[in-house]
Ligand binder design. Structure first.
Ligand code: AMP
Length: 473
């Protein structure tokens, strides 16, 4: 297939594809769409940015138009990716009535999702945990969902979603078309495909040297307490949007606050923020309203922001594979990108593991290594501008708590609230946000398994606060 017009697509879908400006299919689309339009199952090895969303959406929409009894389900690992995928499906169904795509993700209220589900959506884009929640409440029945897509399957596995995926597959009709996309093919995914996908067509898209992103990598050997100074210097000497990765939610907050105090427009995105806050931060970064986004590994995959010119690893990732995904956020859409990693004494082992992994994957990337000047020889950092960090959107307790705090009827010290630590972590896991991000409570079943129940810190209920408000707070 050389152009989309060669395909025998229905007119409204053709029109939407044209409206999106897609004329020539990307390699994954050219290889997979003709076969999947004929009803074949498929396993696709392709990176984000390869055009795989349209590669599975076009055959799904076509199948749903042809068979009015059929519905489509797209499972994705993160809420941000769900948002992105849903957006593409909405654009592709712009001229196709009655498909009503809806998004079911954690971290947001159930009410609007119940309302959406009452309108009989024929396409659901969901994260596994929230979908299981809906299945438990019987607001979703998967009996007619005969077109299933598993996107970023390897990421779902990393995030521990395998048990949920297996349970979801048990509820799906046996007669179905299944497409699976993954950036890598570890053994567990192969097992999953053997179990749930019959005779799949296998498509693998290797990036050619011309397509491979041009990312220059650099490391700075640095001491832990020097990081902020060097970060400030690096930001001031670079041009363009910057994505900074930290190891924990708490550190992401601290770095964002630090940057704001130096009048650098920034925000942060991590598992401890509400979905609305995460969406706003990402939207502002995408529209270049803010120049710097500080993130935990939640943003390392799937986020497609073309103009990220630099990725700075303030902390190295715990899992070596995440390094590749992190730096892959830059150098997108044919642009050049730069990746900088801060290596402190304790990071040396991690850095060696990352280099080993890069060698194994055949990416013998040259990394420029620099040692930071000692703090004593550096010019002192100017004083921050007082009060600027207050522009950072704070945590805001709900109305009864604000009132009670004003009336001093509760002992909760709002103004000295501890940095975000939990609600999402379990007592048997170390503190510090990492687990909170890897296993988002909002994306896991709250009822289905007792084991995953989050342990909330003890709090007082403010006088007059309803139980619901108390819970939300
Ligand atoms: P994806 O891998 O689905 O996230 O897509 C990455 C980017 O490629 C998105 O910005 C799409 O709009 C764009 N894209 C997908 N398919 C095509 C196509 N056939 N022609 C041009 N752009 C495309």
């Amino acid at each position: 297939m050389k152009t989309f017009s060669e395909l025998n697509l229905v007119e409204p879908l053709k029109k939407s594809i044209e409206a999106l400006g897609f004329t020539i299919p990307t390699p994954i689309q050219a290889l997979s769409v003709p076969a999947t339009l004929l009803g074949k199952n498929m396993i696709g090895v392709a990176q984000t940015g390869s055009g795989k969303t349209a590669a599975f959406s076009i055959p799904m929409i076509t199948a749903l138009i042809k068979n009015p009894q059929l519905n489509g389900l797209v499972l994705v690992p993160t809420r941000e990716l769900a948002d992105q995928v849903c957006e593409v499906i909405r654009s592709l169904t712009k001229f196709v009535p009655l498909l009503n795509p809806v998004m079911l993700i954690g971290g947001v209220a159930m009410g609007p999702q119940f309302r959406d589900l009452k309108r009989n959506p024929r396409i659901i884009v969901a994260t596994p945990g929230r979908l299981m929640d809906h299945m438990g409440r019987k607001s979703v029945r998967l009996i007619n969902f005969g077109f299933v897509v598993l996107d970023e399957a390897d990421r779902m596995l990393d995030m521990g979603f395998l048990p949920q995926i297996e349970r979801i597959f048990l509820q799906l009709p046996r007669q179905r078309q299944t497409l699976l996309f993954s950036a890598t093919m570890p053994v567990q995914i192969l097992k999953l495909t053997h179990k749930y996908i019959e005779n799949p067509l296998q498509v693998k898209i290797e990036s050619t040297p011309e397509q491979a992103p041009k990312i220059s990598q650099k490391t700075i050997e640095i001491s832990q307490n020097n990081k902020n100074d060097i970060l400030l210097d690096e930001i001031n000497t670079r041009v363009g949007s910057i994505l900074i990765f930290t190891g924990t939610q708490h550190r992401a907050d601290r770095v964002a606050r630090f940057l704001l105090s130096y009048a650098i427009k920034s925000d942060r995105i991590h598992g401890g923020r509400s979905q609305a806050q995460r969406k706003r931060a990402l939207d502002e970064f995408r529209s270049e309203t803010i120049r710097v986004l500080v993130a935990t590994d939640i943003a390392a995959r799937g986020i497609d922001v073309d103009h990220v010119a630099h990725v700075i690893n303030y902390d190295l990732p715990r899992a070596s594979e995440d390094y590749v995904h992190r730096i892959g956020r830059t150098g997108r859409a044919g642009r050049e990108g730069q990746a900088l990693s801060f290596i402190s004494g304790e990071d040396k082992g991690k850095w060696k593991a990352i280099q080993r992994l890069m060698k194994q994957s055949g990416k013998h990337d040259f990394v420029e290594q620099v040692v930071a000047a000692p703090a004593s020889s550096r010019a002192p950092r100017p004083a921050p501008v007082q009060g600027l960090e207050r522009t950072m959107s704070p945590h805001r307790p709900s109305a009864p708590y604000r009132k009670a705090a004003a009336d001093k009827k509760t002992s909760r010290p709002f103004d000295r609230r501890e940095p975000y630590a939990g609600g999402r972590e379990r007592r048997d896991q170390p503190r510090g946000g990492f687990y909170g991000d890897q296993k988002e409570q909002g994306d896991r079943p709250s009822q289905a398994t007792g084991a995953n129940k989050p342990v909330f810190p003890r709090r007082e209920r403010a006088p007059g606060a309803t139980r619901r408000e108390f819970k939300r707070w």
